[in-house]
Design a protein around this ligand. Structure first.
Ligand SMILES: [Zn+2]
Ligand SMILES: [Zn+2]
Length: 164
């Protein structure tokens, strides 16, 4: 689990591969669901994938403003809502920020590891946790739409720094 966090956080090459495939996957997913990945939606997704960190709506807006006149907060929020609804992006409440999802084709509970040492974030993909949440919610007659878990702690790098 922690090894995956390290890979995700500290190897840009690996991250770039994911970025390219994420944009491609987004096109396929939207086509499959019959929803439109408009130019603007794709651009916002691209902006999110260009950085290896969760970013806020206003940071996205700053980038957009340089590219198109009339870019305003409601537009950005609507686009983000679309991306989150379609599982292409997750919203991290604690940071009030967004991050591209690495496995958008599968419906899942977003499981985030948040480092309180350096602020790094990694999405964990534990199927057992997914299933347990699904089962427990269903057991209470509850239908999940979006679910996110945010776990706070120390990343491998901060842990080894502490041990030095
Ligand atoms: Zn995800
Ligand atoms: Zn850290």
């Amino acid at each position: 689990m922690l090894n995956e966090a390290r890979t995700f956080l500290h190897e840009p090459q690996d991250y770039q591969d994911f970025r390219d495939s994420a944009l491609h996957q987004a096109e396929i997913i939207c086509e499959h669901r019959g929803v439109r990945l408009t130019k603007l939606r794709k651009r916002v997704l691209e902006i999110l994938w260009q950085r290896n960190i969760p970013i806020g709506a206003y940071d996205i807006l700053d980038v957009l403003k340089k590219e198109r006149a009339g870019a305003a907060p409601p537009t950005v929020y609507r686009v983000l809502e679309f991306l989150v609804e379609n599982g292409l992006v997750h919203r991290i409440e604690r940071l009030n920020a967004y991050l591209g999802c690495r496995r958008p084709a599968e419906r899942h509970t977003a499981q985030f590891l948040l480092c309180r040492g350096c602020g790094a974030v990694a999405e964990m993909s534990d199927k057992g946790i997914d299933e347990a949440i699904d089962d427990a919610a269903r057991g209470m007659g509850f239908e999940l739409s979006n679910s996110t878990i945010e776990l706070e702690g120390l990343c491998p790098r901060c842990r080894s720094r502490g041990a030095e």
